[in-house]
Design a protein around this ligand. Structure first.
Ligand code: NAI
Length: 256
């Protein structure tokens, strides 16, 4: 019970890594708010189903992280219903595969709107609550190995994640006086819906696995284990860092 009685908000928690982090946090004793995006019945149902299955108090909270008003309403609701906010995991993210020369303004703004503005708005709203409460807090961003490694065909995604790296490092400085720690988790290839195309194509899957030194895709549980550590009291002296959860992928790419 490493997160006993802590209140945690996780964005994009109806699937994949966010759902895995929410489940692990609840199992560790946290009260969890699972954010899901509006306009998707399956996302709403998944978040509500997860909440119903937890033994600790939990709520499913709707909200588009790329919309300031919805972010403020979501954070207000979490504090109203769960009493406070100790941990915020900015996890919601999207990607668009498009060559740089063909990328449209709409695609660029859509990806940066969720991945970067969403991370900014959610972490800012959460940090304001934590500062008001006193007693510190934990901000985690789900960045990517692509905060560092280029990925042809995904320029908007890489730009957003690279920017989240600097967002995190700056916040670590600015929020340290408030004892709010700020860290990134950089997953490699994790078996989640965002990678559906690769997971469903045996050749692409074999190629992807061949590049991972540990020889397998990661799981949401692999990521949740690191998130649990970073959210816990044990990580009180850890701030401004990126934790790679990538089966060695980053090192492999660096070799060549
Ligand atoms: P996923 O597609 O299952 O999860 C993304 C979640 O974000 C979904 O639940 C989606 O509904 C939600 N979302 C999208 N737009 C939103 C919005 N405007 N407002 C609120 N929620 C929104 O994929 P996965 O893998 O779980 O992704 C989670 C995070 O991990 C993302 O930030 C992604 O970039 C990052 N990541 C994932 C990797 C992987 O291999 N799966 C690798 C590196 C990073």
């Amino acid at each position: 019970m490493r997160l006993k009685d802590k209140v945690a908000l996780i964005t994009g928690a109806s699937s994949g890594i966010g759902a895995g982090v929410a489940a692990r946090f609840a199992a560790e004793g946290a009260y969890v708010a699972l954010n899901f995006r509006p306009g998707s019945a399956p996302d709403r149902e998944a978040a509500e189903r997860a909440v119903a299955g937890f033994t600790t108090r939990a709520v499913a909270v709707e909200g588009d992280v790329s919309d300031r008003a919805q972010v403020e309403a979501m954070v207000d609701r979490v504090v109203r219903e769960l009493g406070r906010l100790d941990v915020c995991v900015c996890n919601a993210g999207i990607e668009v595969r498009r060559d740089f020369l063909d990328t449209t303004d709409e695609e660029w703004h859509r990806v940066l709107g969720v991945n970067l503005f969403g991370a900014f708005a959610v972490s800012q709203a959460a940090a304001r609550v934590m500062v008001r409460q006193g007693g510190g807090g934990r901000l985690l961003f789900m960045s990517s190995v692509h905060e560092d490694i280029p990925f042809p065909g995904y320029t908007s995604y890489c730009a957003s994640k690279g920017a989240v790296r600097m967002l995190m490092r700056n916040l670590a400085m600015e929020l340290a006086p408030h004892r709010i720690t700020v860290n990134n988790i950089a997953p490699g290839a994790i078996a989640t819906p965002i990678n559906r195309a690769v997971l469903e194509d045996p050749v692409a899957y074999a190629n992807a696995v061949s590049e991972i030194p540990l020889g397998r895709f990661g799981t949401p549980e692999d990521v949740a284990a690191v998130a649990t550590f970073l959210a816990s009291d044990e990580a009180g002296y850890v701030t401004g860092s990126t934790y790679y959860v990538d089966g060695g992928l980053t090192q492999q790419v660096t070799l060549y």
